[in-house]
Design a protein around this ligand. Sequence first.
Ligand code: IPM
Ligand code: MN
Length: 331
Amino acid sequence: MAVEMMSEMLENVDFQEFGISSQRYLESGTVMKEEEVEEIRKKDAVLFGAIGDPRVRPGIMERGVILNLRATLDLFANVRPVRSFVTGRELVVFRENTQEFYVGIGGDRSGIERPLGLYGCEGTIGVRLSVRGNMAFDIGIMSEAHLRRFFSRLSIYRGRKITVTDKANAVPNMYSLWRSVAAEVLQRDGFEFTFQYADSVAYDMARNPEKYEVIVAPNLYGDILSDLAAGLFHGLGFAPSANIGDRRPGLFEPVHGSAPDIAGKDIANPFATILAASMLLEYNGHPGLSKAINDCVAECYRSRILTPDAGGKMRSSEVFREFMKKLRGAV
Ligand code: IPM
Ligand code: MN
């Protein structure tokens, strides 16, 4: 639907669809081909649906496709805004997107492995452990140069209230580096900001979400806090995200997963993907169209043109039809 919308609204744009899916993996054993990654790399922008299927062991598609794309396309920041259609208020989770516990380095008693090879790993980390019974580990890594460019991307939020979160009290090495780079870059760029531990942010968000405007979070907490943020507003059905780096293509996707339980029933909420397409347009030279889409989504919300998850009674296809009528009228 989001592609249909963009093809109708834009001239001279070519779309290429990639058949990357759990179904294909189940049939052929292929998660994502090297050539596919190379083709994707040449595009101006990528719209990503969602991945995950209960018939496939957790992690295979997620790590093999979306985490792999984030890392290989070097999309080091993930912008996850949620907006109230009632008050217009926006809360953004600005998530570090490729490092920390997502580097894909870990193992068990039999040794260390880098199944994805997302990061080059030179040298060895030598620790002799004495653990009874089974054990397993995943290593969290953050690098200074990476954090410096990540925090530098916050410059788009000048004037907003910034909260930088972590668990520097429990995991001090990584998050001390995180804090020192945050302080250096944000002070340089003239920001006012505060640090707050992630557990405490979760508590305050649940009780008093107005306290926050931009929450800057490491990868894993950013994942969790962005779902929480969506839940505090209109739900995951309205939560888009932009995976961005210093180069094209950026990758735009809904925050939600593939919802396999409702696949094919024509009741999935189309708005998170439509809003992700809107972010794609905003980041790729079509701010006017992007704003028109956001406004029409808000209008659909207010006129209850909604699927059941959002309290409506309409099917996805009907919602989309009504939405497109509004959008055609608006541009
Ligand atoms: C997200 C998802 C992914 C993540 C999963 C599918 C690996 O939850 O984009 O929020 O953890 O980043
Ligand atoms: Mn998530």
